[in-house]
Design a protein around this ligand. Structure first.
Ligand code: NDP
Length: 347
């Protein structure tokens, strides 16, 4: 069967495409221009006709995906701006929300074979930043960021605009399904990942073009002896939750296959971190590894009896285990493979 993957040239989407091709699916990937499609075609050339790209120049236009959805059996929608530097939050909210409505409308009107739509949302649509440590679940919604954007407009930090974009896009998706349920022949699955790290398989000509989450990992853990400018204190008290990009791609493939996940919202998360924990993992990988990474930042290693480490945000991941049966890579797997990948690129 054929899966349409939107934003196919992105960090996560290119892994989703690879995983699906390896499983024998045909994949049609949307990109914004031919010059973004050609490198993808090269990456997947061994799959010959099983991978094709189509150009959708503006995902916010009504009917943008009308041709792209024709004949596909499922859709994985990932295209959305991931950017923590926009001044006007509407610059990312509008494409996120309109792009989501647009693909669902096209799926409804032109996707006569479509059985399932998977939407890559985010834990940004789940978490509300709280002074106290908190464990969130699929019942939680980040309406706070939306309210802050409504109240302060351009005055909100860019990360708030991003979080609002994911909340509003996911809400729009569920609303669309609710309003059109009498006519929809497919179901919706929403996957909510936290920070996504790991090796890359998409086309990144220079380090400066790396996507946001991988760039942050590179800058703090891999790239510089100064840990991306974070103080030892910040390394120990800032963090979030994470998933390896390859496990996320597998989760999306599982979400295509499992009946029980229909119309569910599912948080996928391997665990929590503070940045120091990634440094400690890297510094524990043995003398061969360390001798080839003399610049590896150390920070202040966390000892097993350290009382000072708090994971401010955590997720209840039992639903993903129950419905998807997902297995997660460890921090060690991720660090080893990511360093190896970056080394091969001279980063
Ligand atoms: P990338 O930046 O690598 O990829 C984003 C994709 O979306 C690219 O194909 C990009 O196309 C496309 N896109 C961005 N803005 C627009 C726009 N205005 N119109 C059309 N297409 C657009 O990001 P990721 O792979 O990291 O993210 C993919 C998805 O996963 C997003 O929905 C993101 O919110 C979600 N996610 C990511 C997390 C992470 O840590 N990385 C965590 C949780 C969720 P182009 O190359 O042309 O700009």
């Amino acid at each position: 069967s054929t899966v349409l993957v939107t934003g196919a040239n992105g960090f996560i989407a290119t892994w989703i495409v690879r995983n699906l091709l390896e499983k024998g699916y045909n994949v049609r990937g949307t990109v914004r221009s031919v010059d973004k499609g050609i490198p993808l075609q090269k990456i997947f050339e061994k799959y010959e006709d099983k991978f094709k790209f189509v150009v959708v120049p503006d995902i916010t236009k009504e009917g943008a995906f009308d041709d792209a959805v024709k004949g596909v059996d499922a859709i994985a929608h990932t295209a959305s701006p991931v950017n923590f530097s926009t001044v006007d939050p509407q610059d990312i909210i509008q494409p996120a929300v309109r792009g989501t409505k647009s693909i669902l409308r096209s799926a409804l009107q032109n996707g006569s074979n479509v059985q399932r739509v998977i939407f890559t949302s985010s834990t940004a649509a789940v978490l509300e930043v709280d002074p106290e440590p908190r464990t969130f679940s699929e019942d939680d919604w980040n309406d706070l960021s939306v309210a802050e954007v409504e109240r302060y407009g351009k005055g909100v930090p860019p990360v708030t605009g991003y979080r609002a974009s994911k909340t509003l896009a996911e809400r729009a998706a569920w609303k669309f399904v609710e309003e059109n349920k009498a006519n929809i022949k497919w179901d919706l699955v929403v996957i909510n990942p936290p920070f996504v790290f790991g090796p890359i398989t998409h086309n990144v000509p220079t380090l400066s073009a790396l996507n946001m989450s991988a760039a942050q990992f590179h800058s703090i853990v891999v790239g510089h002896s100064d840990a991306g400018g974070k103080t030892p204190q910040e390394l120990r008290n800032t963090g979030n939750c994470w998933i390896d990009v390859r496990d996320l791609a597998e989760a999306e493939a599982l979400a295509l296959q499992k009946d029980s996940v229909a119309n569910e919202r599912v948080i996928v998360c391997a665990g929590a971190f503070v940045w120091q924990e990634w440094l400690d993992v890297a510094n524990s990988l043995g003398p061969t590894f360390l001798s080839s990474h003399p610049d590896l930042p150390k920070g202040v290693p966390i000892s097993s009896s350290d009382p000072g480490i708090v994971h401010q945000i955590q997720y209840n991941t039992s639903k993903a285990e129950r419905l998807l049966g997902i297995k997660y890579r460890t921090k060690e797997d991720l660090v080893k493979d990511t360093f190896t990948d970056y080394e091969s690129r001279g980063w």
